[in-house]
Design a protein around this ligand. Structure first.
Ligand code: SAM
Ligand code: SF4
Length: 329
C-alpha cells in the first residue's frame, strides 16, 4: 500500500467527475460566476479509467466519485461500469446531492456502484431551499428512496451544519436513524477559497460538540460505535434503540489529518494532495501526451510522497486556488 512521507497509508482516491452543479449550496458554490473548467480540460471516461487503474495497481483500494455534482456527467454510467471491473477494487462509492437518483440509482447499482452518500441539510423545505438556492426537498427525498430501493446501502446522509441556516434541524435529521438503518453524519463547515463562500463557511461554523449536545439533549445519550472502516473520518454513535448511526465529522474542531488516507483527482486532471491546501500535480498533460498507467503511477506516487502533514485552518490558512465544488469534499 502506498505510504506518504509521514507513514500514512494512502489507499483512497476521490475522483471529481465534473465541477458543475445543479444546486448552489451557500457554503460550497457561488450563485453566479463559478470558475468552471473549460470542457476540453475535463478528463474523459477513458482517462479517468487509466488513472483509476494505475491507482489500484499501486495499492489503492477505494474509489469515490464526486463533483460538483457527479450525476450531471452524461457518461456517468459508462464511467462506473469501467471502474467497477478494474482489478484490485475494494469499494466504489459516490457522493451526490441525490436530485438525479430517481432516474439513476437502479442503473448505477447495475453498473457496479456499491453505495452513495447523499447530501441533505434539513427536513424543512423552506430552510433547505435557503441553503441550496436551487432544487427541493421532495427531489432529494425521492433520490434517497430510490437509492435505498436500488440497494445502494447503507445509505449515508451528509449534513453540513451552518449557523443561522440549520443548526436546529440536526435533531429531526438525527431522529431519522431511530427508524431507519441510515448513517446521518454532521459535518463542520470548512472555508475553501478566498471569496464570499469561504467567508460564510468560516463565519457560520457550528462546532460538532454543540451539535452533539443538541441531539443528545432531545433524543438521549449517544453511545459510541466502533468504526468498521479504516481511517473513518466520522466519530460514530447510536441513539437509544436506534437502527442507524449518527456520525460527527469535525475537520475544524478536531482535525483527523493524522489518519488521512486520501488522494484527490480534480475534474481537470490534477492530483490535489490535501483538501485544505493548494498543492497539486498535473496528470492530464501526461495522459494527453500518450503516457500510460506507468507514467500515471509515477505522478501518483510523487503526489503521495508530497502530501502535506495536514491543514492549518487554525492559522487561518486554506486553499486560494480551489473552492469546494471544484474538489468534491
Ligand atoms: N454535490 C455532491 C454533494 O453535495 O454531495 C458532491 C460534492 S459536495 C462538494 C461533497 C460534500 O461536501 C457534500 O456532502 C457537501 O455537503 C460537502 N460540503 C460542501 N461544501 C462544504 C463546506 N464548505 N464545508 C464542509 N462540507 C462541505
Ligand atoms: Fe453542489 Fe454538492 Fe456543492 Fe451543494 S455541496 S453546491 S450539491 S457540489
Amino acid at each position: 500500500m502506498p505510504r506518504d512521507s509521514f507513514g500514512r497509508e494512502i489507499d483512497y482516491l476521490r475522483i471529481s467527475l465534473i465541477d458543475h452543479c445543479n444546486l448552489r449550496c451557500v457554503y460550497c458554490m457561488p450563485l453566479d460566476g463559478p470558475a468552471l473548467a473549460p470542457p476540453a480540460d475535463v478528463l474523459t471516461a477513458a482517462e479517468i479509467e487509466t488513472v483509476a487503474r494505475a491507482a489500484l495497481a499501486a495499492g489503492f483500494r477505494k474509489l469515490r466519485l464526486t463533483g460538483g455534482e457527479p450525476t450531471l456527467r452524461a457518461d456517468l454510467l459508462e464511467i462506473v461500469a469501467r471502474l467497477a471491473r478494474l482489478p484490485g477494487l475494494g469499494d466504489l462509492t459516490m457522493t451526490t446531492n441525490g436530485v438525479r437518483l430517481p432516474a439513476l440509482a437502479a442503473p448505477l447499482a447495475a453498473a457496479g456502484l456499491r453505495r452513495v452518500n447523499i447530501h441533505l441539510d434539513s427536513l424543512d423545505p423552506r430552510r433547505l431551499a435557503r441553503i441550496m438556492r436551487r432544487g427541493t426537498l421532495a427531489e432529494i427525498w425521492a433520490g434517497i428512496e430510490a437509492a435505498e430501493a436500488a440497494g445502494l446501502c447503507p445509505i449515508k446522509l451528509n449534513v453540513v451544519v451552518a449557523r443561522g441556516f440549520n443548526e436546529e434541524d440536526v435533531v429531526p435529521l438525527a431522529a431519522l436513524t431511530l427508524e431507519r438503518p441510515w448513517h446521518v453524519r454532521f459535518i463542520e463547515t470548512m472555508p475553501l477559497g478566498t471569496g464570499a463562500v469561504a467567508a460564510l463557511a468560516r463565519g457560520r461554523l457550528v462546532p460538532n460538540t454543540e451539535t452533539r449536545a443538541r441531539i443528545a439533549d432531545v433524543l438521549g445519550a449517544l453511545a459510541p460505535v466502533p468504526s468498521v472502516e479504516r481511517a473513518d473520518e466520522a466519530r460514530n454513535y447510536r441513539l437509544p434503540r436506534a437502527r442507524g448511526v449518527v456520525g460527527f465529522i469535525s475537520p475544524v474542531s478536531e482535525p483527523y489529518c493524522a489518519d488521512c488516507n486520501r488522494m484527490r483527482l480534480t475534474a481537470d486532471g490534477r492530483f490535489h494532495l490535501c483538501l485544505l491546501n493548494d498543492d497539486e500535480l498535473d496528470v492530464r498533460g501526461t495522459l494527453r501526451a500518450g503516457g500510460g498507467p506507468e507514467a500515471v503511477t509515477d505522478i501518483l506516487m510523487r503526489a503521495v510522497r508530497f502530501k502535506p502533514t495536514g491543514h492549518r485552518l487554525d492559522l487561518g490558512r486554506s486553499t486560494e486556488r480551489r473552492e469546494m465544488y471544484q474538489l468534491g469534499g
